[in-house]
Design a protein around this ligand. Structure first.
Ligand SMILES: *Cc1c(COP(=O)(O)O)cnc(C)c1O
Length: 366
C-alpha cells in the first residue's frame, strides 16, 4: 500500500534525535512553555524572516488570537476564501467577527484578488489569504489592495512553512502569519501545535499574553486571555524537524516535478496552476479531473491512498448554513471541491512508489 503521508517512515529517519529530544523533556519535566518553546520560537522566527514567533496550541489558535488582538466586534467583517480548511472560517467566527467569503482563483485555488476586492465594505477589518497546498496566494495583488484600504492581512500559512512569495517567506508578508503543526503538515509535531509570526513588537507581546491567560508575569493577569500554549514536547520535536525542513521541502518539489512529468497529458488530468513569483513547497500535490471520485476509487483498489482537499467548500458546510449561501455562490471553490484530488506526497516517498501512483492513474484513464 502507498500511504498518503507516511509518518512512521519519517520518524524512522530521525529516530535517535527525536528520542533524545523527547527524553530531555521527560527528564526535566518542564512541559508548558519554558526554554524549549522559546528556543523553537527563536529558530522558527528566523526561518520565517520575522522578529517574533509565538508558539500556540494549534493552527486554529494561530488564526484566532491575532483576530482577537485586532479587537473585532460582531459588525466587523473578515474576508476568507471559500475554498479552505474550515479552521480559517471558524477562527473568524470564534473571534466574534462576521465571516465574509470570497471565491478562489480557478487555476491556483487561492483567494482571487478581484473577488477579495469586490467583497470589501466599509466594515472590512481583515483578510485571510490561505497559501493552499503550500503554494503562496497572489500576495502582490492582495497586499496592494489591502494596503490601499488599510486592511490588515493575516496569512493562513498552515500548509506553507518554508514557502515564499517574491523571495519573502510566507508568514512575513502580512501583519502576521498563522502556522499549524498538525502531524500531517509539512512541519508536523507529535500532537497539536501552531505558531504566529509577526514583525510587530506590540502585537507579539499581546499575543504572548492572550495565549497564556492574559498574563506576562505568573498570576498577574492584565486581560482575560486563553489557554492556547504550545507545549515543550511539541517544541522539542519541532526543533529537530525544522532543521530538516528546507531539505524536505526541496524533495517535495522534486516529487511534484516527477508527478507532472509522469502525468502530463494523461486523461483530463490537470495541475494546480503556478502562481508567478511564488515558491511552492508542495505540502500537497493536487490534480484536477472531472472523474475525481472514480479515480479515487480506482486508486484505492490499487492500494494507493488519496485525499480530497476539501470535499465541501465553507459556504456549503452545515456548520455555516447560517450564511444562507446556496450552491452556485462561489463557482470556482465548488468546482475545486468536485474535481481536485491530492496524491501521496511526503519527502520519504520513493521514486518506485511515485511511479506506482502515476501508473495507477495512467491505468485508470486507459
Ligand atoms: C491545518 C489547517 C489549519 C488548522 O490547523 P490545526 O492545527 O488543525 O488547528 C488552518 N488552516 C489551514 C489552511 C489548514 O490546512
Amino acid at each position: 500500500m502507498i500511504r498518503f503521508v507516511d509518518l512512521p517512515a519519517q520518524y524512522k529517519s530521525i529516530k535517535p534525535e527525536i528520542d533524545r529530544a523527547v527524553l530531555g523533556v521527560l527528564k526535566d519535566c518542564r512541559f508548558i512553555l519554558g526554554p524549549r518553546v522559546e528556543s523553537f520560537e527563536k529558530k522558527f522566527a528566523k526561518f520565517c524572516g520575522v522578529k517574533h514567533a509565538i508558539g500556540v496550541a494549534s493552527g486554529l489558535e494561530a488564526l484566532r488570537l491575532p483576530l482577537l488582538a485586532l479587537g473585532l466586534g460582531p459588525q466587523d467583517e473578515v474576508i476568507v476564501p471559500a475554498s479552505t480548511f474550515i479552521a480559517t472560517a471558524i477562527a473568524v467566527s470564534h473571534a466574534g467577527a462576521k465571516l465574509v467569503l470570497a471565491d478562489c482563483d480557478r487555476g491556483t485555488g487561492n483567494l482571487d484578488p478581484e473577488a477579495f476586492r469586490r467583497a470589501i465594505t466599509p466594515r472590512t477589518k481583515a483578510v485571510i489569504p490561505v497559501h493552499l497546498a503550500g503554494q503562496p496566494a497572489n500576495m502582490g495583488a492582495i497586499m496592494k489592495i489591502a494596503s490601499e484600504r488599510g486592511i490588515p492581512v493575516l496569512e493562513d500559512a498552515a500548509q506553507a512553512a518554508g514557502a515564499s512569495y517574491g523571495g519573502k517567506p510566507c508568514g512575513s508578508i502580512g501583519l502576521a502569519g498563522a502556522f499549524s503543526f498538525y502531524p500531517g503538515k509539512n512541519l508536523g509535531a507529535y500532537g497539536d501545535g501552531g505558531a504566529i509570526t509577526t514583525d510587530d513588537d506590540e502585537l507579539a507581546a499581546r499575543l504572548r499574553r492572550l495565549r497564556d491567560y492574559g498574563s506576562d508575569v505568573k498570576y498577574v493577569h492584565v486581560e482575560k486571555g486563553w489557554n492556547a500554549r504550545l507545549d515543550a514536547l511539541q517544541a522539542a520535536v519541532l526543533e529537530v524537524k525544522l532543521k530538516r525542513l528546507p531539505k524536505w521541502n526541496a524533495v517535495r518539489a522534486r516529487h511534484a516535478k516527477r508527478y507532472r512529468e509522469l502525468l502530463a497529458g494523461v486523461g483530463d488530468v490537470s495541475f494546480q496552476a503556478p502562481e508567478p513569483r511564488a515558491e511552492h513547497i508542495y505540502h500537497l500535490f493536487c490534480v484536477e479531473t472531472t472523474r475525481r471520485d472514480e479515480l479515487a476509487a480506482h486508486l484505492k483498489k490499487r492500494g494507493v491512498e488519496s485525499v480530497i482537499h476539501y470535499p465541501i467548500p465553507v459556504h456549503l458546510q452545515k456548520a455555516y448554513a447560517d450564511l444562507g449561501l446556496e450552491a452556485g455562490s462561489f463557482p470556482n471553490a465548488e468546482r475545486r471541491s468536485d474535481r481536485t484530488l491530492s496524491l501521496p506526497m511526503f519527502p520519504e516517498l520513493t521514486d518506485a512508489q511515485l511511479r506506482g501512483v502515476a501508473k495507477a492513474v495512467q491505468e485508470f484513464y486507459r
